[in-house]
Design a protein around this ligand. Structure first.
Ligand SMILES: [Zn+2]
Length: 76
């Protein structure tokens, strides 16, 4: 599992990226490893690393995964 190289201890739980939902640059907060929630619009996204990092909209499988594994800050 590739993570940011400048963090060698644990995975980053707060990253700056372009949200696929609102198309804005926003802080994305990790809810589970590889799954992030946009602080701008509140939608969940999935981190996808393929040479560079992208954030994807979630499909039903992803949403189910988050439900099963819980979130640190679930308020929905
Ligand atoms: Zn957003």
């Amino acid at each position: 599992m590739q993570k940011f190289k400048f963090n060698h201890t644990t995975f980053i739980d707060n990253v700056f990226g372009i949200c696929p939902e609102c198309k804005e640059k926003a802080f994305l907060v990790a809810i589970i490893q590889d799954y992030y929630r946009c602080t701008n619009c509140g939608e969940d996204t999935k981190q996808y690393v393929n040479g560079h990092i992208k954030y994807l909209k979630l499909n039903d499988i992803d949403k189910d995964y988050i439900k099963k594994h819980g979130t640190k800050s679930s308020d929905r």
